[in-house]
Design a protein around this ligand. Structure first.
Ligand code: CA
Length: 220
């Protein structure tokens, strides 16, 4: 799951990025409204954390432009304490949730995870597919109730497939949601990890559609 953090305070941006990484996200940071607007409009993020007080293009304007372009990713806005008008303007512009500074980092991560789940049509914190269960808050995947020993990358790939079971997920889509904007998108390593996942969780669960992608079978 990729997240965009638009925050001009470098310390806070780094803290947020670290917390979001621990929460299972691959974060990109934009330090200005213009950079944030551009990244959010051109990269397929699963969620954005958007500070409203930004140099240059203000946060509200960033959000307004995204929505005007039909970009529907969930957006959590960061507002200054006590600034009620900011919050209202944010919701009017299309925000999905907000956190008031100073906030707890883990609260923002939890809210972001909830937004991603809701956007994918899941109301619960635990996603299931056949014998698998993915606790999105703990970042733990179990099979028949037993925690699987998966690497962070394996968890990311399987977690993404569990958000979108029973449909074809192409390698391009997977790579777009697994790597940050700066890294090479490497199909080969996705294939290798899918192979490892098959050995760990059972080969029949992930089907390869030649030339199309992968389907996680939920058995539903
Ligand atoms: Ca700011």
């Amino acid at each position: 799951m990729r997240c965009l953090i638009v925050e001009d305070d470098p310390t806070l941006a780094t803290q947020l990025a670290d917390a979001m990484s621990v929460g299972g996200f691959v974060p990109d940071i934009a330090a200005t409204g213009d950079r944030g607007e551009f990244l959010g409009a051109t990269e397929p993020y699963d969620v954005a954390v958007l500070d409203l007080g930004l140099p240059g293009l203000p946060g509200i304007e960033v959000l307004t432009r995204w929505r005007a372009q039909g970009i529907t990713m969930p957006v959590l806005i960061l507002t200054a304490r006590g600034d009620w008008t900011d919050k209202v303007a944010g919701f009017r512009a299309g925000a999905d949730d907000y956190a008031v500074k100073p906030f707890r980092l883990d609260e923002v991560v939890l809210r972001a995870q909830t937004l991603v789940r809701r956007a994918a049509g899941h109301a619960r914190a635990v996603l299931t597919a056949g014998p698998l269960a993915y606790d999105t808050q703990l970042g733990v995947i179990t099979r028949d109730g037993v925690a699987q020993r998966l690497t962070a990358f394996e968890t990311r790939i399987l977690g993404y497939l569990m958000h979108h079971p029973d449909r074809v997920v192409s390698r391009t889509e997977l790579s777009e949601h697994l790597y940050d904007a700066g890294s090479d998108r490497d199909f080969k390593s996705i294939e290798v990890v899918i192979g490892r996942l098959r050995r760990k969780i059972g080969g029949a669960m992930i089907e390869t559609r030649r030339g199309e992608g992968y389907v996680l079978r939920s058995g539903r």
